[in-house]
Design a protein around this ligand. Structure first.
Ligand SMILES: NC(=O)c1ccc[n+]([C@@H]2O[C@H](COP(=O)([O-])OP(=O)(O)OC[C@H]3O[C@@H](n4cnc5c(N)ncnc54)[C@H](OP(=O)(O)O)[C@@H]3O)[C@@H](O)[C@H]2O)c1
Length: 271
């Protein structure tokens, strides 16, 4: 990782990405440049991570071939307008803002820049995130691989057509809320049967992590896993039957459908 990498906005997500990057590529800290609206916050991150701090956003653009825009969506327009005339056609711009499309950025900067859109989920904070990546046609495969390397340092990254980024965002970035609700509900079930809440959360969360690991690491099909633990006329299949009777899967699919309608209505409003 010997490219100079910049971050405009040194908030939560930028910090997590930089920490993952430096953990995986310790020599990268010399090549990381940040700027932040609140300069004291930027300087304290500079000291904490031993990276470079720029007094303004344009200095980040001038110093780096690759830069992330890590400000909130509401601050995007002002930042894009501020940096527009300083960006080189060879720069790689990585946007992580929810709901800001490549088209929107191109509408402000023009179509000749290299733009990547990346949506990391909350689990990047424990280096087990899922990041969805889309790029415009100006981005080369080598550049896309660089972005993948950065996000793979904080979990798993995958490239997807931008048309599918909304649904990918829902099933990776909204889903931690649904999974947390499922963990809570399973633990409530344990508590109802007399378990302590602390133990119930621990047992359920660990089982959830192990199940996910079997699917990811061993490439087990979820159905195969369900069949493995469901003996004929056994206890597990009784629970599976009950969940199915109550529409477990369709409730979840309908929730994803509702999220998709919501995300589309928000995007339509921004056009
Ligand atoms: N949080 C998530 O789980 C998540 C997941 C995926 C994507 N995202 C996206 O990631 C982006 C950042 O989110 P976050 O949670 O990291 O937000 P955050 O902690 O509020 O960080 C945003 C940073 O941008 C700085 N900033 C604002 N305007 C600026 C400007 N004009 N110039 C330079 N810096 C400026 C802010 O500075 P101050 O210190 O002055 O406020 C703040 O440090 C958002 O667009 C969000 O949609 C977030």
């Amino acid at each position: 990782m010997n490219r100079k990498i910049g971050f405009i906005g040194a908030g939560n997500v930028a910090t997590t990405i930089i920490e993952g990057l430096i953990d995986t590529y310790p020599q990268a800290c010399n090549n990381v440049y940040i700027s932040n609206r609140n300069k004291n916050k930027g300087r304290s991150l500079q000291k904490k991570l031993n990276i470079n701090f720029c007094e303004n956003n344009v200095d980040v653009i001038k110093a780096c071939e690759v830069f992330f825009i890590c400000v909130k969506p509401d601050n995007y327009l002002e930042v894009l307008k501020e940096i527009k005339s300083f960006i080189s056609k060879d720069s790689l711009i990585i946007s992580i803002a929810a709901g800001i499309s490549i088209d929107y950025i191109q509408g402000i900067l023009g179509t000749s820049f290299k733009i990547v859109r990346a949506m990391p989920n909350i689990a990047v904070s424990v280096r087990t995130g899922m990041t969805t990546i889309s790029a415009n046609n100006n981005v080369t495969e080598k550049e896309l691989n660089l972005v993948m390397d950065i996000f793979n340092s904080i979990g798993l990254a995958d490239v997807i057509d931008e048309d599918l980024i909304d649904v990918a965002t829902i099933i990776s970035s909204c889903s931690p809320a649904f999974v947390a609700m499922f963990i809570e509900a399973l633990a409530d079930g344990g508590v109802l049967q007399g378990m302590s809440r602390d133990k119930a959360y621990k047992y359920v969360a660990q089982s959830m992590m192990g199940t996910a690991k079997m699917i990811v690491d061993l490439e087990k099909h979820p159905g195969e896993l369900k069949d493995l633990v469901s003996s004929p006329a056994g206890i597990t299949i009784e629970g599976v039957y009950n969940l199915e009777k109550n529409g477990f899967r369709s409730i979840i699919m309908e929730a994803i459908e509702a999220c998709n309608l919501k995300i589309k209505s928000l995007t339509d409003r921004k056009k």
